[in-house]
Design a protein around this ligand. Structure first.
Ligand code: ADP
Length: 440
């Protein structure tokens, strides 16, 4: 500042001296004025250079000026640099933030005050079937035409979510989408979409399951209450009474088996998978289920089945003994129940040479199963031969139990069948669960 005053004074004095050299007080005054004007013009020139540089917004090469203008330039340059750094930090943070929203499993769409898409992540675009780049600026209602969505936007009550069908025919695309709008700022909206296909499927399965269980229980219950009513209302002789009681007991037994299978399934679903520390003798398991199957055959078939046990080397199997017995017993009893009396059933444990997996197999010469049923056999309550299943006390849950047991032991189930020739069911367990038994 002092420098500016000194500069001004020098020019004023020089002007005054020049005027004085012309021998007149007036000339002195004009000389001083001319000095001040020259200084102002010179200063205005410097100010212009500073303004030009500031207007260009250039930070790297400011004009070389000294004094106050130089100081102004330097400070402005530093300020602009600081602001630029701040802006670039904000940009980086925004990029990070958008990348995080891109990674979200939920769809996110930002809508402006008139419902146009300002930004959307890829998930939302997949959920709603639009292009996240091309469709920017489009009205969301023009892209999502589901009637439920249109009336949701019209009514504007966004306190709850809605569900609409997914966009497309491809299996990779979700088939059910949940949407909720959250207003924010000045009439702007954040729209969140979720793929609820699996939730819906689980809900459908739960509803089907409850309907199936109710149906399975209602049938014997209706029969049972019919008999009770008959016995209450009609005078029965001893022979009829005994016959009715036997039929009632059969129905009660059916309900008991159903409840017991349901409990087994729920235990399998709700408990941790069996460890690998407990080993059971394969022969012991086999003898147990074969005895049971022979008893079942004697009870339901005339003549009884021939059950052939094929033995290979003595094996030990690791896992839950109760679960393994349950799975083996279900497979063998099915063979007995779905093979006409007198038929042959072959059963045993073996080790697959190719990869060392242990296999429990049951082959029967029964009616066999048509190929279209095979993929659905292990579903709960899925039956091919409904009447045969009921007649022989089936619940429709046997193979579902087998599937669960096999999965919990890290194994696989394989079913081969041909109509009229019979079926082979194989429960295969990985090599870590199978080992040769040491001879005593
Ligand atoms: P269920 O209690 O009805 O036998 P499962 O789950 O054990 O139920 O079996 C499902 C269906 O698979 C049965 O209803 C039956 O139609 C068919 N099935 C199972 N095992 C055999 C078999 N060895 N031979 C022919 N059909 C079978």
């Amino acid at each position: 500042m002092i420098r500016r005053v000194v500069e001004l004074l020098i020019l004023v004095v020089l002007g005054a001296v020049w005027g004085w050299s012309h021998d007149s007080a007036n000339w002195s005054f004009f000389g001083a004025l001319a000095g001040a004007t020259v200084w102002s013009a010179f200063d205005a020139l410097r100010a212009r250079r500073v303004l030009t540089w500031l207007n260009k917004g250039e930070t790297s090469r400011p004009p070389a000026l000294s004094g106050v203008w130089g100081e102004v330039l330097e400070r402005s340059r530093k300020l602009v640099k600081k602001l630029e750094k701040k802006a670039s930090n904000s940009d980086a943070r925004l990029e990070d933030f958008l990348a995080a929203i891109q990674a979200s499993p939920n769809g996110v769409v930002l809508l402006d005050s008139s419902g146009r898409i300002e930004w959307s992540n890829l998930t939302a675009a997949t959920h709603l079937g639009f292009d996240p780049q091309r469709d920017l600026g489009q009205y969301v209602r023009n892209l999502v035409r589901a009637p439920a969505f249109v009336s949701y936007m019209d009514i504007g009550n966004f306190g709850h979510e809605i569900q609409i069908d997914g966009p497309g025919p491809r299996p990779s695309q979700p088939s059910k989408i949940s949407l909720q709008v959250h207003p924010y700022g000045k009439k702007r909206k954040l729209m969140i979409s979720r793929d609820v296909t699996a939730v819906q499927l689980a809900e459908t399965m739960r509803r089907d399951f409850v309907a199936n269980v109710s149906h399975e229980i209602r049938t014997p219950l209706t029969v049972l209450s019919g008999f009770v009513e008959t016995m209450q209302c009609l005078p029965l002789d001893e022979e009829e009474r005994v016959r009715y009681l036997a039929l009632m007991s059969q129905q009660a037994q059916r309900m008991q088996t159903l409840v017991s299978d349901l409990l087994t399934l729920s235990r399998l679903e709700g408990s941790p998978a069996p460890g690998q520390g407990d080993w059971a003798e394969a022969d012991e398991l086999l003898n147990h289920v074969v005895q049971e199957a022979r008893g079942l055959s004697a009870a339901i078939a005339e003549p009884t089945h021939e059950i052939v046990v094929e033995t290979c080397q003595a094996l030990k199997i690791s896992g839950s003994k109760t679960e393994l017995l349950s799975a083996m017993s279900n497979l063998l009893s099915n063979a007995v129940r779905y093979t006409p009396g007198g038929g042959t059933i072959t059963v045993g444990w073996r080790v697959r040479e190719s990869d060392g997996w242990g296999e429990f197999f049951v082959s029967d010469g029964g009616h066999g199963i048509a190929a279209e049923h095979l993929p659905r056999l292990t579903e709960r309550f899925y039956r091919v031969d409904r009447s045969r299943s009921r007649e022989t006390g089936g619940t429709g849950l046997g193979l579902a139990i087998v599937k669960h047991v096999v999965q919990r032991h890290g194994g696989q189930i394989d079913i081969q069948s041909e109509i009229g020739r019979g079926s082979t069911f194989v429960m295969a367990l990985p090599p870590v669960r199978v080992r040769a038994a040491q001879p005593d």
